[in-house]
Design a protein around this ligand. Structure first.
Ligand code: GUN
Length: 298
């Protein structure tokens, strides 16, 4: 029997997209053009292709213009940098996302750093990262911001709570730490070298897990009543020839007996990422066009 509240990220993301669509429509009225989001995909990684297709569809469904650039897996660094330059200069493009990971021969850091910080809807440029660390307003990475939205929806104020973030990636763990600090949590960052990880996790009121290891966090690691945010998406073999299914980084069945609330996989954090991307795009469009937007409304 499950005791935890199941946090419905899919429903929350739908509501967020509906608000984004309203702001996209009022932007179009005020600016005389649609807000535009450009997505760059290099190579043929199947998971990335699924994400990019989904991003394009949802961008259009929200009333924004979608620009997709698909480049072959052997694209040269200079070619990619030149594309970023063109998108930076294009007035129809308000947001630029380069899908990660890039093929190994490309310098990911250099490509990301080339993106105009005003169009950095992924919040990954050094400027955006620095602004987040300084507590200045700016664009924030989508998955951690979506996770924070779910936490605040469930808990209200996070001030004074013990938060443990497992994982220190650029895309999730590090920005998540900054966001939780910004909410006045006491934050611990755990990672692959952390000793006695179960003991560290056990003190947390909030656990955010983003490591990419299937069902790693077990029920006896979790403090009763804690809120657990599972960012992991792991595809594993399922019963039936060639079948697969998705599981998170948390042993959902076990942890749901102990936690106060938990995000499922799928249907938890996953749907939030694209919804926040669209939110960031419409926010960037307003800022870049000098059109006022109540930041609290999104
Ligand atoms: N690959 C997986 N998640 C993301 C993301 O949020 N942004 C980018 N750019 N690439 C990703």
């Amino acid at each position: 029997m499950s005791t935890a509240q199941i946090i419905d990220g899919k429903a929350f993301a739908e509501r967020l997209r509906a608000r984004v669509a309203q702001f996209a429509a009022s932007f179009e009225q005020a600016a005389g053009r649609k807000a535009g989001l450009a997505v760059v995909l290099v190579g043929e990684d199947p998971a990335s292709q699924v994400y990019v297709r989904s991003k394009g569809k949802q961008t259009v469904a929200c009333g924004m213009a979608s620009f997709e650039h698909r480049l072959p897996g052997d694209t040269a660094q200079d070619t990619l940098m030149a594309l970023v330059d063109r998108l930076n200069a294009d007035p129809a493009v308000d947001g630029i996302l380069v899908q990660l990971p890039l093929p190994a021969h490309l310098d990911e850091q250099a490509v990301v750093a080339r993106i105009d910080p005003n169009k950095d809807v992924d919040g990954l440029t050094p400027i955006s990262t620095g602004r987040l660390a300084l507590g200045l307003p700016g664009l924030v990475p989508c998955t951690p911001l979506g996770s924070l939205m779910l936490l605040k929806d469930r808990l209200g104020s996070l001030a004074g709570l013990e938060a443990v973030v497992i994982g220190r990636s650029i895309l999730v763990g590090k920005p998540m730490v900054q966001l939780l600090l910004g909410e006045n949590c006491t934050v611990t960052v755990a990672h692959s070298r952390t000793q006695n990880l179960p003991d560290v996790v056990r003190r947390a009121d909030i656990v955010v897990v983003a490591v990419g290891r299937q069902e790693m966090v077990k029920a006896d690691w979790v403090k009763p009543g804690a809120t657990v945010i599972d960012v992991g998406i792991n595809r594993i073999p399922a019963a039936g020839e060639g079948k697969t299914r998705l599981v998170g980084d948390v042993d959902f069945a076990g942890v749901a007996q102990v936690a106060g609330a938990i995000t499922p996989v799928p249907g938890g954090v996953g749907p939030m990422t694209i919804a926040v991307l669209l939110r960031n795009a419409v926010v960037a469009a307003h800022r870049n066009a000098g059109i006022a937007l109540d930041p609290g409304a999104l």
